[in-house]
Each structure stands twice: as C-alpha cells, then as structure tokens.
Unconditional design. Structure first.
Length: 320
C-alpha cells in the first residue's frame, strides 16, 4: 500500500519513496504482509519489545551518554511506539520516508556512533522476530512476513544511516571550504610532499598563483618542480640544509625562487617532518613566504653601513 503523493521537489531522487521501494524490492504484497503482522502483534507486543529493548540498551556503553535523563528515554520510547505502529500499518509514503530522514538528521546532530546504532537496530529486529514466532502464525505465512519485515527494516536503516553520512559529508565540505578560504587568504603558500622516493607533491594551496604565478597543477604534476625553480646559486646550500629536517624534524631556509614571469623572489621556506606510527618519515609539510621586502631592507642597510664606513674613512683621511 504505497502512496506517492506528498513527495517534496527538494527530496533527492534516491530518497523518493518509489525509488527506495524499488531498490529494496518492497512490493505491495510485502506491505500487505506487514499490515497483517501489525494486526497479529497488536500495540501490546510493540510495547513489550520496546521495554525489552531498553532493558538491553541500558547495558550498552552509549546509554549513559544519550539516555541519562529518564524523561528522554520516555520521549524516545513514545516516538518509537508511533514509528513501529506506522511500520506495521503497511502504508509507506513520502511522509514516512521523510520521517526516517528526520531521524537520521537527529542521530547525526547528536553524533550517535554507528557502532551503537547498528547493533541496536539488529537487537530490535531479533526481538520482533521472537514476537512473531511466539504469535503462532502459520508457517507458510511466517517466512514471507519476516522477509517483508527485513526488506522494509533495511530500507529504513539505510535512510537513517545515509543521512548520518550526508551530514558528516556536508560538515566536512564546509570545514574544507573554510580551511581553503583561510589558506588562500594567508600570506604564505602551504605545501606538502612525500618524505621519500621521488618526493612526490601531495598538496599546495591555491595562493601559489598569487605568490609565484603558477597554478596548482604545475606544482602537483611535477616532482622536480621545486628543484627546477630554486636559483642555481642557492640550490646546493638549500639541499644541504635538508639533513637538518630529517635530524631535527624541522628546517628553515631562505633562498631565491623563480616565479612564473621569470623573475626571482626571495622566499622563507619553513618545513616540518611528519612521521608515521613507526617513526618513519612520511610527509613534509611546509610554507613559502615572500621576504623580498625584508631582503631589500637588509640590503639597503648593508649599503648604508658601507656608505657610512666609506664616509668616515674619507673624513679621517682628510683630517690627517
């Protein structure tokens, strides 16, 4: 007994009631069997199952975290009583699916762990199977009833778990976008590469184009990119300093780097070594900062001191 009306235009195609029923092979006959199950069990059986379920749940590690307040337990039991009544009504429409989506969103927001959710769902299923077997239903009806139960129950579990996964994915995307924005707005380019082999690049921030003029792909696709762009007069010194990175776990070096337009700029390169669980070098994470302004100031100071020394030397000569 499916009812397709009420499907919201915003509902993803794979969460439409008709698509879900087809995917989980839930037929009208299955829903008719579930309705028969509901009539055979009655509301009292649902109450018994929930009481037994919460007796078991109180022994689980997650119980005190999510159900320490007795009022919460009673509220959730009432919600589940209504859900199971709907489950055994044999009527599955979009509002039924939307409610399961809502449950999944709640589970995601309270960060209910999958290791707690799926064992609980399995235990509930086994409790209802016990009730069905104790109901003296004819053998030729019991097996198809339990198959119908399993189909819709797995459909429901999928919808809830999918929402948990989608919630996590959305928040990861938000966090990644926020991090990308922060990194792109930073004055330094963040990069990383493997700490062995051919030192293959693993990441570079988008603002490499602002600092050096290159796009991300030019760095990511060429393991020799960095070496080919360090000023030849600085390369030997800089490569020699890498030993300190593997000895002390970090290294700071300054050198000239060729930009996309062919001009060189001074960069400060700060690197940190990441090791794996066994202490072996895994990845190098570093940052390039443009220090042209500081280098120009230092050079100006050197030239000023040289001019001052020359002036004083000349004055001393004239006085003699």
């Amino acid at each position: 007994m499916t009812q397709l009306q009420g499907a919201a235009d915003s509902t993803p195609e794979d969460l439409r009631v008709d698509a879900l029923l087809a995917r989980f092979n839930v037929s009208d006959y299955d829903l008719t069997l579930l309705n028969a199950c509901g009539q055979a069990l009655g509301a009292e059986a649902i109450t018994r199952v929930l009481d037994r379920f919460y007796d078991w749940l109180s022994t689980q590690p997650e119980f005190d975290t999510f159900f320490s307040d007795p009022a919460t337990v009673e509220h959730v039991k009432q919600q589940q009583q209504a859900y199971w009544s709907a489950f055994f009504s044999g009527v599955v429409d979009q509002s039924y699916i939307d409610y399961r989506i809502h449950v999944g969103e709640i589970h995601a927001k309270i960060n209910l762990p999958s290791v707690g959710y799926f064992p609980a769902m399995l235990h509930l299923q086994l409790l209802f199977v016990d009730e069905l077997r104790a109901n003296e239903i004819a053998a030729d009806q019991l097996t198809p009833m339990m198959e119908a139960f399993a189909k819709l129950y797995n459909l429901d579990s999928y919808v809830v778990s999918d929402q948990i996964a989608q919630f996590a994915k959305k928040h990861l995307e938000i966090a990644s976008a926020r991090l990308s924005l922060l990194v792109s707005a930073a004055p330094s380019v963040i990069y990383s590469f493997q700490a062995g082999g051919d030192y293959e690049p693993t990441f570079v921030s988008d603002n490499i184009s602002t600092l050096l003029g290159y796009n991300r792909d030019e760095y990511m696709k060429d393991a020799s990119f960095w070496r080919m762009h360090v000023h030849p007069e600085d390369l030997l010194r800089v490569e020699g300093s890498q030993a300190q990175l593997f000895e002390k776990g970090q290294n700071l070096v300054e050198y000239r780097f060729r930009k996309k337009d062919g001009a060189y700029c001074w960069v400060s390169d700060e690197q940190h070594l990441i090791r794996d669980a066994d202490g072996e070098p895994l990845e190098v994470v570093g940052s390039w900062s443009n220090i042209d302004t500081r280098k120009a100031a230092e050079q100006a100071l050197v030239e000023a001191n040289a001019a001052k020394s020359a002036f004083l030397a000349n004055m001393s000569h004239e006085i003699r």
